[in-house]
Design a protein around this ligand. Structure first.
Ligand code: GLA
Length: 394
């Protein structure tokens, strides 16, 4: 059965027959380059995936929300009242959509009826492909469309980010929610995270494939380590601000940073800031290389990005390093690096299509030899952003 058929059947089983059932989708995302720059006022270069989270939804009239996820069937139906939304540890995955409902209400938008919702996603969980931002955005679009609130996609992204910051307690930047809300088929998004100015850049390269490789190492302690990195960047910024007038680390070029780096007292915070500043420069250069068809040079920057995330930002670890190193050795690889927050999860590689099969075989074998874990490989399709599915699509 296809995804919509599966959702429809699960909806009927959990919540019974309903006259009006509507369907929504939000993608996952992969970031080509520009990691841990978003919360430092820098640039990122992500794209939305064709993989994502689907939701089937019908209205209720009693102000209650009932939710069920086919990805967490054992958790059963989660139920809450629209007027008393609180974070409940045992609600697990359902806290993400709950946080989004709460943000709409806090923003003064009137949601008085309730909903029954069934979710199902095909993004591997905990792989760094933003399954959490995806469920946030599919919920945000669902609320927005059903009430005809007319909230823009950019505002939906900001609202979902607030849900994650305030309700979930992960201090994430805007990259994931933004790329998921504004994704466009066959395009990556160059986003300035300080101003939210953005442009689409075609990413369909003749003869090249975008390959996501999952270390299948679950991201452990990722949320607390992520918040720790943010705090280290803030501390570096505070030290610099005592002597120079800047708002974000990414206002500095790498050369300017080299001149003021000594102002950062703590060695670790200095390394973190060096990653951020050099990564921002790499991202801007990468886009120019892509525009000018200098794909090999983009590949070299992807490797430099990974090494900086390994040595200065320290978010890679044995598995991500093993997978990236195996890819770098393969003749079909243009570029490869970890993607997302790190601490486990996935790499993204640009690979010559004619060598794709041997890339997967050889990289996978080398990785398994080093770590004892079998990696999974997906050829990534770049898809559109979060939206209601049309009648033709369901
Ligand atoms: C996570 C966060 C993003 C971003 C990346 C690292 O995906 O949600 O905001 O900081 O990590 O680039």
């Amino acid at each position: 059965m296809d995804m919509i058929g599966t959702l429809r059947a699960a909806f009927h089983q959990q919540f019974g027959d309903r006259e009006e059932l509507r369907y929504f989708f939000a993608p996952g995302r992969v970031n080509l380059i520009g990691e841990h720059t978003d919360y430092n006022g820098g640039h990122v270069f992500p794209c939305a995936l064709t993989l994502g989270t689907y939701a089937a939804c019908a209205k209720r009239s009693d102000g209650r929300i009932r939710m069920y996820s086919l990805n967490f069937e054992g958790d059963g139906v989660k139920e809450f009242n629209l007027f008393e939304i609180a974070y409940v540890e045992s609600d697990g995955w359902a806290n993400y959509p709950k946080g989004v409902f709460k943000q709409f209400i806090e923003a003064g938008m009137k949601i008085e009826e309730g909903f029954d919702i069934v979710y199902s996603g095909n993004i591997p969980n905990g792989a760094g492909l933003s399954s959490s931002a995806s469920i946030e955005l599919v919920t945000a679009v669902l609320i927005n469309e059903w009430h005809s609130f007319g909230v823009s996609n950019v505002q939906l992204a900001l609202l979902s980010q607030r849900a994650e910051n305030e309700f979930i307690g992960v201090n994430c930047g805007i990259m994931d929610q933004f790329s998921i809300a504004l994704g466009k088929e066959d395009h990556a998004i160059l986003l300035n995270c300080d101003t939210l100015a953005f442009e689409y850049s075609t990413f369909r390269q003749e003869g090249l494939a975008l390959v996501i490789a999952n270390t299948n190492k679950k991201r452990t302690l990722a949320d607390s380590k992520y918040n720790e990195r943010r705090a280290e960047c803030q501390s570096a910024l505070n030290d610099l601000q005592k002597k120079i007038d800047i708002t974000h680390l990414c206002e500095l070029t790498a050369d300017e940073f080299a001149e003021v780096a000594h102002l950062i007292e703590d060695d670790i915070c200095r390394k973190r800031a060096r990653h951020v500043v050099t990564e921002n420069e790499r991202t801007i250069r990468a886009i120019n290389f892509l525009k000018n068809d200098k794909i090999e040079k983009l590949g070299a920057l992807m490797k430099a990005s990974h090494l900086s995330l390994k040595n200065d930002y320290e978010v890679t670890g044995l598995e991500l390093d093993a997978l990236a190193e195996a890819a770098w050795r393969h003749p079909g690889t243009i570029g490869s690096r970890m993607t997302g927050a790190g601490f486990g999860g996935c790499t993204i590689s640009i690979v010559k299509e004619e060598q794709l099969v041997s890339f997967i075989e050889e990289t996978g074998a080398m990785y398994q030899e080093k770590t004892g874990i079998q990696a999974s490989f997906y050829t990534a399709g770049i898809g559109g952003g979060a939206r209601e599915l049309t009648k033709e699509e369901v």
